[in-house]
Design a protein around this ligand. Structure first.
Ligand code: ATP
Length: 285
């Protein structure tokens, strides 16, 4: 028995931190959506009860530290299932990039194993399990467009943005999400994104307003740590993207582009500055 599942990358149209909670996490408000850049998760039933994992990328752990592996272990614990599985991750999403690649792999593994092992769990039940793996996993289980609160696990679905291109540029280094949040001074944030306006813009399918209200309070923090992020953003603006923002804790910078003829020019120009540049479509509804 074999199942193949897609694990798309997410981008933040907004990311706001409201305050630091007693548990040490920040209370967040985020509008997130998914783009047409995927990892592929192949799940093959094993004769024995072992869980094994392999990835096409040397940049991710190939053992129990991998979030997809943890998803399989947790699902077995929660359901009492004893079956084994081989997980193969064909990795395309850049690692430690702010695109939730690991969380998306974990979410896809939960969805895929639910089918492979015929567990019959609802998406809601998978979400509860996903929360234990990471704050972005619940969003990745639904994998569309949503307003996320709390640590990112309280979700309200939203309409996806109108069709456009998304150019993604990832500097040659990664970023530790924990590091960025450690440097964030929540009482010194100069500009909070207007989340409500972004939600209205999505509901009205108003592309210009979506571009106008993109904002991420982590962007200046990561830029302070890595000048490459600031430079990439400036370049992408200069080369003609409609709106440019860092995703998550970075360092990936993405640009929304409505007109197809501009995309090639932006991609080619950016390739002089970093190796990982992608042009993909926004994922539809
Ligand atoms: P987020 O935006 O959710 O903070 P990210 O996109 O910044 O995530 P990931 O690509 O998910 O970062 O990787 C973060 C860390 O998780 C990496 O250092 C990596 O070693 C580890 N990791 C574990 N499993 C995976 C996986 N399946 N894919 C990518 N990274 C993984």
């Amino acid at each position: 028995m074999f199942i193949s599942v897609k694990a798309p990358a997410k981008i933040n149209l907004t990311l706001d931190a409201l305050y630091k909670r007693p548990d040490g996490y920040h209370e967040l408000e985020m509008v997130m959506t998914t783009v047409d850049l995927y990892d592929r998760i192949d799940l093959t039933a094993r004769e024995d009860s072992a869980i094994t994992l392999e990835s096409s990328s040397g940049f991710v752990p190939q053992d129990e530290r991998n979030l997809a592996y943890r998803a399989a272990v947790l699902l077995r614990e929660k359901t009492g299932i004893k079956r084994g599985v081989h997980i193969y991750i064909d990795k395309h999403i850049p690692v430690a990039a702010g695109l939730a690649g690991g969380s998306s792999d974990a979410a896809a593994t939960l969805r895929g194993l639910n089918q492979l092992w015929k567990l019959g769990l609802s998406l809601e039940e998978l979400t509860v399990i996903g929360t234990e793996i990471g704050s972005d996993v619940p969003f990745c289980i639904y994998s569309k467009t949503a307003f996320a609160r709390g640590k990112g696990e309280i979700l309200t679905p939203l309409p996806s943005p109108p069709a456009c291109w998304v150019v993604l540029a990832k500097p040659d280094h990664g970023v530790s999400t924990a590091d960025v949040f450690r440097h964030l001074q929540v009482n010194q944030i100069e500009k909070h994104p207007q989340t409500e306006k972004m939600i209205n813009a999505l509901e009205g399918q108003d592309y210009e307003s979506i571009v106008q209200y993109m904002g991420n309070v982590l962007e200046p923090v990561t830029m302070e740590m890595y000048d490459t992020v600031r430079k990439l953003k400036e370049k992408m603006q200069l080369f003609g993207a409609d709106g440019v923002l860092m995703s998550g804790s970075g360092p990936t910078v993405f640009g929304l582009v409505k007109q197809e003829y501009r995309v090639k020019r932006i991609v080619n120009s950016l390739k002089g500055f970093c190796r990982q540049v992608f042009a993909v479509r926004m994922l539809g509804k």
